[in-house]
Ligand binder design. Structure first.
Ligand code: DC
Length: 223
């Protein structure tokens, strides 16, 4: 398989990370979950008492701390200063703050540079909100995954239960809507479908069906 770049964007809980992880494994490509970088920064901000509005303070956190990844059998592990924070960055305090941290232009330009470095050589499946539009605008394959809010909330609710995180369903649904709103209306690189991205509505589809649909697109581009 050619060292393609595969960009997968879409709103919260649209299944991006799950399918990106499976595709990367099948293709033996690098997997990069860019949301986890913004989450790691949000985790750091909470820990260090930096306000989510404090752009300079957030940029200083990026410069003075290391955020790194390790590919493991169970997926991508995330480290802050070499401490594994993979579980911590999925907690509700981080999830509900991350859109506000990801709004800032200077935060984004630092993160985008790190992501472009990871994707420089191709052979990568990267998921996020602005991969096809800003991070990897020349990616050969661009996918935009969507699903109804109801279904996304149901998926996240089940995932949370499996992880032992207790949440009220209606609150979760509202939080997803709120995050979609902030992510799609921010000034810098909002969540939008790239012109050349292929949209897949995954409402009513299972993971295997979504993976198959994307694989068919990848193969058509690789020929
Ligand atoms: O994919 P996720 O839910 O883990 O992403 C967490 C947040 O990070 C999301 O609300 C918006 C932000 N994000 C972003 O602005 N740009 C990206 N490329 C990835 C995530």
């Amino acid at each position: 398989m050619k060292q393609l770049s595969i960009a997968i964007d879409g709103p919260a809980s649209s299944g991006k990370s799950t399918v990106a992880k499976i595709l990367a494994k099948k293709l033996d490509f690098v997997y990069c979950d860019t949301g986890s970088m913004y989450r790691a920064l949000t985790y750091l901000a909470i820990k260090e008492g930096i306000d989510f509005q404090d752009e300079a303070g957030l940029v200083a956190l990026i410069l003075n701390n290391s955020i790194s990844f390790k590919q493991a059998e169970e997926g991508q592990l995330v480290f802050v200063n070499n401490v594994d924070v993979t579980n911590e960055i999925r907690q509700p305090d981080v999830t509900n703050g991350v859109s506000f941290v990801a709004m800032h232009a200077k935060v984004r330009s630092k993160m985008v540079a790190l992501q472009q470095e990871i994707g420089r050589l191709g052979g990568v499946v990267m998921d996020g909100r602005d991969i096809g539009t800003a991070v990897l605008p020349n990616a050969e394959v661009k996918i935009f995954l969507v699903a109804s809010v109801q279904e996304r909330a149901e998926r996240r609710y089940k995932e949370n239960i499996e992880k032992g995180i207790t949440t009220d369903f209606d609150t979760l649904k509202q939080e997803i809507e709120q995050r979609d709103h902030v992510d799609s209306t921010r000034e810098v690189s909002p969540l939008v479908q790239a012109k050349d991205a292929i949209k897949i509505d995954t409402t009513g589809m299972n993971i295997e069906e979504v993976v198959l649909a994307i694989e068919a697109i990848i193969h058509s581009k690789a020929e």
